[in-house]
Design a binder for this molecule. Structure first.
Ligand code: IMP
Length: 196
């Protein structure tokens, strides 16, 4: 079964296909052809995930999965949240901005969220789920793996930032893998792949 991933991010499709393969599902995620850049003007991760999934369906009229994710910091009223990707110009500047805003704040609880929406070939929402990964904002960046805010996100019950975990370790606990596993179980339990 092929599913169009509503994204233009090659890193994301690679990460997702690695998880799928490791779990032994016969599903391949592919990117839409050409530029894919719908306007994400929703107010929640769920809204934006639905916007992206519908936009991919409009282009392909086939199975489409979208995800929308970001970092929510409780002391900052859940910012950067849906603005995570555009909180500052570069990944480095985004990290510096968060560390600066958190400079004098002791309460550092945060979570990554990932909302996924699966649309069927009829254009209807088939399944949706939001995965959460809890942790804390570090006082300084650490680690070389991953992307985005990984170097400043200390995973709950560990002393390690997300960027100190290798790909397999991150895929065990990440918000994206939690949501993806729910989507894959749904596809399997509903026998959707067998009809394709
Ligand atoms: P989108 O879901 O592709 O719209 O982008 C979400 C943004 O949230 C990314 O550009 C990152 O800044 C941040 N983000 C989402 N997931 C992760 C993660 O696993 N690690 C670090 N940053 C993330």
């Amino acid at each position: 079964m092929k599913i169009v991933l509503a994204s233009s991010n090659a890193h994301k499709v690679k990460e997702i296909n690695e998880i799928v393969e490791k779990l032994g599902y016969n599903i391949e995620f592919i990117l839409p052809e050409g530029d894919f850049d719908p306007v994400e003007d929703g107010n929640t991760f769920e809204d934006n995930s639905l916007i992206k999934a519908k936009a991919a369906w409009e282009l392909t009229h086939t199975w489409c999965l979208a995800d929308d994710s970001g970092l929510c910091i409780k002391a900052l009223d859940n910012r950067p949240g849906i603005f995570s990707a555009r909180y500052a110009e570069t990944p480095q500047k985004r990290i510096e901005k968060v560390l600066n805003e958190m400079k004098n704040i002791n309460s550092r609880e945060a979570f990554f969220a990932c909302a996924m929406t699966l649309i069927n070939p009829n254009g209807k929402v088939e399944f949706s789920y939001k995965g959460i990964c809890e942790g804390k904002i570090a006082f300084e960046a650490k680690g070389e793996h991953g992307f985005g805010y990984d170097p400043i996100f200390v995973v709950k019950n560990t002393n390690k930032t997300m960027a100190e975990l290798n790909d397999d370790e991150k895929n065990e606990i990440s918000h994206r893998s939690i949501a993806l596993k729910k989507v894959l179980s749904y596809i399997s339990e509903a026998h959707l792949a067998e009809n394709e």
